[in-house]
Design a protein around this ligand. Structure first.
Ligand SMILES: [Zn+2]
Length: 523
């Protein structure tokens, strides 16, 4: 009996192991190489579908003022997707972001910033960008990064993302953090080389002149020249430009020519037409970028004047109205700010930041219901620490401690001031509920036989009324006494005198003394 159970156990373990091994060894659809991997295609598709929208939000949202440009980019993208080695539900969007960048999520969800489109010379260069990103998705580069555990965890990531200087992705919390990591990570040299190499083949197969992959790299090198490293970090986090890549691509194109693959179009005229609005309105977006910098330097009026210029050129750009509203919030003109956010939302109802800003403006005016609606809408679009902490404050004002704790805890995942303040707010609520998590107490008996307690505040906030119960068996009798430490600063240690004495020369054993934390409050 015993043996047969063992055998059965052994068999099922072996079966489970086989299943894992079958699931984990697969052929890469692009390179044809066998590789280990535990993220299934279904999981890749799920990640892409779930993270696409919040990742767009965290990078400026869609460039909704020029929908024809997105249609055009989708057309070029689908032309390349058709010749890729892996059928995926490919999608392409243009983001309202001045940084010249592009990214791909697992499952074929791709984005390109308007700031890159404005630098390109023809459709074939765009094809080189999109072909490169298609390979990242098709060859599982994002999934591989996850499998290798290359993605950082928790608050670390938010710090890393915030440090890259893109204000959009600061303070992303919750499930959207995965997407924020995937779109800002570095894949590594091998993956980049692979994407260049196969991307050029896709270009040629789709009928584009592969030489555009060389001129694209030259554009990148030119863009990177004379820029400070901070800008560069955010810009080409995953695509470091270099003279080496220019010459690598030159060799790849020469190889294609040697294989007899020649010709292909540049599509210069089509590209000029499709990007005409983008190039015409370039000065407006430059003024907008300057306004953002001026706000960071607290030059609000100057920033407002730049925005006036931007708005006179593109009156329907929602982001311009949104930033004008942000300025009103900084000036504490909350009523005017909420009206100005209306102007942004009426032009683009799908960007989280307008709801976040208007929610804050409503909260400052005491309009709790409307504030909560807006903040919840902003969290649906993109969960941020700022929205979560505002929702926590609102929940507190309605005496909903349970929700308040949840919001503050979610916001505390972010680094920086909002994260720290949210952690403190969470602990203020949690310390009275779970004092033993934050207060350590140990019994001590001094030379005179007096029972004391060493009490430590292990939280980052000052505590008051820490209630300690002493329990001692003295001469066979149980004595208890509860005393209170009136105040103990963050991280401080104090000593509490029970007033209970053991007879001289009789040291109690460990099970004859005990101290228990019964309660604690915060200042
Ligand atoms: Zn890349």
């Amino acid at each position: 009996m015993f043996t047969s159970v063992r055998t059965r156990l052994h068999k099922s373990t072996a079966l489970a192991l086989t299943a894992v091994m079958l699931g984990s060894c697969a052929v890469n659809p692009v390179t044809g190489q066998r590789e280990l991997g535990f993220i299934s295609e279904q999981r890749e598709l799920t990640i892409g579908a779930e993270q696409y929208s919040p990742s767009q939000q965290s990078q400026g949202g869609q460039f909704s003022v020029d929908p024809e440009l997105t249609d055009y980019v989708q057309g070029v993208g689908q032309r390349l997707a058709e010749v890729s080695d892996r059928p995926l539900p490919y999608e392409f969007v243009v983001l309202n972001n001045s940084v010249p960048n592009a990214w791909a999520l697992p499952g074929g969800k791709i984005a390109v910033n308007r700031g890159l489109l404005s630098e390109l010379n023809n459709e074939a260069e765009l094809a080189a960008v999109l072909g490169h990103e298609i390979v990242h998705a098709a060859a599982r580069h994002g999934a591989q990064a996850m499998e290798r555990g290359m993605l950082l965890q928790g608050a670390l990531v938010v710090g890393a993302i915030a440090a890259q200087g893109s204000e959009y992705s600061d303070y992303v919390v919750g499930g959207a953090m995965l997407g924020a990591q995937l779109v800002t990570q570095r894949y590594g040299r091998d993956a980049e080389r692979e994407s260049d190499a196969y991307g050029i083949r896709y270009m040629a197969a789709a009928g584009y002149d592969p030489a555009a992959a060389i001129s694209l790299q030259e554009v990148f090198v030119r863009l990177s020249e004379g820029r400070d490293s901070n800008w560069l970090d955010g810009l080409f986090a995953s695509h470091p430009p270099s003279q080496e890549r220019v010459s690598n691509n030159r060799a790849l194109v020469a190889q294609l020519r040697a294989e007899g693959i020649s010709g292909g179009e540049l599509g210069e005229e089509r590209y000029r037409e499709a990007t005409a609005f983008l190039r015409e309105t370039q000065p407006a977006y430059e003024a907008f970028d300057e306004a953002e910098k001026l706000i960071a330097e607290d030059k609000l009026e100057e920033a407002d004047r730049r925005l006036e210029t931007a708005l006179s050129l593109v009156p329907d750009e929602a982001r311009f109205h949104g930033l004008a509203a942000d300025i009103l919030v900084y000036q504490r003109r909350y009523e005017a700010a909420s009206r100005r956010y209306d102007d942004a939302i009426s032009r683009d109802p799908d960007y989280f930041d307008y709801y976040l800003g208007r929610g804050v403006a409503f909260a400052r005016q005491g309009e709790r219901e409307r504030a909560r609606d807006d903040l919840e809408r902003s969290v649906d679009l993109l969960p941020t620490a700022l929205a979560m902490s505002e929702l926590g404050e609102l929940a507190l004002q309605s005496n909903d401690r349970v929700s308040a704790k949840e919001y503050f805890q979610a916001a505390s995942a972010a680094s920086g001031l909002v994260g720290e303040q949210s952690l403190a707010a969470f602990m203020r609520l949690d310390i009275p509920d779970n004092p033993t998590q934050y207060v350590a107490a140990q019994p001590l008996v001094n030379n005179a036989g007096r029972l004391l307690a060493r009490v430590e505040n292990r939280s980052p906030v000052a505590m008051r009324d820490i209630s300690i119960e002493f329990q001692a068996v003295i001469a066979g009798q149980l004595a208890t006494r509860t005393l209170v430490v009136s105040r103990l600063g963050a991280g401080q240690v104090g000593e509490l005198d029970s007033g209970l004495n053991f007879p001289q020369g009789v040291l109690p054993t460990a099970n004859q003394v005990n101290v228990v934390v019964r309660g604690a409050g915060v200042e």
